[in-house]
Design a protein around this ligand. Sequence first.
Ligand SMILES: NC(=O)c1ccc[n+]([C@@H]2O[C@H](COP(=O)([O-])OP(=O)(O)OC[C@H]3O[C@@H](n4cnc5c(N)ncnc54)[C@H](O)[C@@H]3O)[C@@H](O)[C@H]2O)c1
Length: 327
Amino acid sequence: MSDETFLVTGAMGCIGAWVLRNLVAGGTPVVAADLATDPVRPSLVMTPKQLAQVTFARLDITDLKAVQTLVEQYRVTHIIHLAGLQVPFCKANPALGARVNVVGTVNIFEVARQLPGQVRGLSYASSLAVLGPAHLYRELPVPDNVPLYPATLYGVYKQANEQTARIYWQDWQVGSVGLRPYIVYGVGRDQGMTSGIAKAILAAAAGRPYQIKFDGPVALQYTDDMARIFITAARAEYAGAAACNLRNDVVTVSEFISYLQAQVPQAQITCVPASPLPFPADLDDSGLRAILGEIPHTPLPTAIRATLDLFEPLLAENRIDLSQLDS
Ligand SMILES: NC(=O)c1ccc[n+]([C@@H]2O[C@H](COP(=O)([O-])OP(=O)(O)OC[C@H]3O[C@@H](n4cnc5c(N)ncnc54)[C@H](O)[C@@H]3O)[C@@H](O)[C@H]2O)c1
């Protein structure tokens, strides 16, 4: 029997759903915590039998006492902290964004500090949005430890989280691995500034035209790879406070569209020209490699095929809300 119990915060989100899927596949006990209670995204990527193996708990991450109670009650040994509000939501409500993204993360570290013999491993979602525009970084690929110049409140909050992690290691030896995804794509990625990559695959499967709102170079992380990276990073029980860049597939949006159209030749996918995202894409992931050994990576064409294969039956069963393609 496993001596591990994972807590996944933000488990109803896109990455959370895939983390649950992978943990259940490996037979690891997992508590799925989220403010939302309807497992819409997990049910897109897991069978009812797999879902039945998850312990679901409603949790507001801003409530320290509630986080403490949950971690103690289930004797959680590893935490994957994903709960957060994305760029548009932080912009729309900065105070709520700070409470969820910053205070929520402090609460996770605080509980790990209070239960040092129990909580052994912690990984959490930072973001590439901690970095500034590409022209600020001369050294390529961009290392982990460059100066951070976030251009959004969301990025500022993620930067605060990386600094929180640093101080919890410095003062109390709470170890952690922060991960900086760029664009995570796959089934369940239905919101956020960079969800256009996943939506383009959905549109291709649904036979709808779709325009991705950005172009230029990006780094793409497939949902299944991202989930396995979060799990392995928590299991590393890292002694330090790492904040790690990710690469996986560094391509232009036009190249991504070509890969997609190679599999769905009739797909009508375009991107808005001359509108690159304000981040560098050529990122050095050697810091993460040093912690994980090998970084889980499904080649882009294989991941696109797997995503199409998941979308097709879901569309046939009318289980995907296609209104997401309007935003
Ligand atoms: N998807 C990406 O490309 C990407 C890129 C960089 C960073 N990230 C970060 O990774 C994490 C997960 O991303 P995702 O795409 O799965 O996001 P998501 O928006 O799909 O999921 C976030 C989840 O957090 C939950 N949540 C919000 N407020 C909460 C609260 N007060 N208490 C508990 N739960 C709450 C939401 O209900 C949601 O289920 C986020 O922190 C995000 O900022 C994602």
